[in-house]
Design a protein around this ligand. Structure first.
Ligand SMILES: [Zn+2]
Length: 134
């Protein structure tokens, strides 16, 4: 993404040097160009990665979760990473159509986490029972 932005900036800079452009014009031109360049570049990239980028339903796999914004795969989609796209986990879930409680982690990890939570709850309960027996 950064490369596309850089490339777009170079083009716009060249444009801005030969004619007067308002800040707004420059900004919208950079955005438009970056998107265009990315689309063109994306067309040549491996198809599998491309579809993964657009389909949130297929993004969460057993051992990886694909970021629907940039198409990169992780074990956990962190708040920090989503922040680089200007999104919070809540906004990201909404954008991708995930349920509110959808863990932003690969299936294996989400399952392990759930299991740990259950274990912790069991421990809590056990502790309570002990206390009650006293
Ligand atoms: Zn991303």
């Amino acid at each position: 993404m950064d490369d596309y932005l850089k490339e777009a900036l170079e083009i716009v800079k060249a444009q801005a040097s030969v004619r007067n452009m308002t800040e707004e014009e420059i900004t919208s031109m950079v955005v438009k160009l970056a998107k265009g360049i990315r689309d063109i570049a994306g067309g040549g990239v491996v198809e599998e990665a491309d579809t993964a980028t657009c389909d949130p339903k297929k993004a969460i796999k057993e051992k990886s979760i694909t970021c629907c914004e940039c198409g990169k795969s992780f074990k956990i989609l962190t708040k920090k990473h989503l922040g680089t796209h200007g999104l919070t986990p809540i906004e990201y879930r909404a954008k991708c159509g995930y349920k509110k409680g959808q863990p932003l982690a690969c299936k294996a990890l989400a399952r392990a986490r759930k299991q740990k939570m259950t274990e912790m709850k069991l421990w809590e309960r056990r502790g309570k029972n002990k206390a009650e027996k006293k």
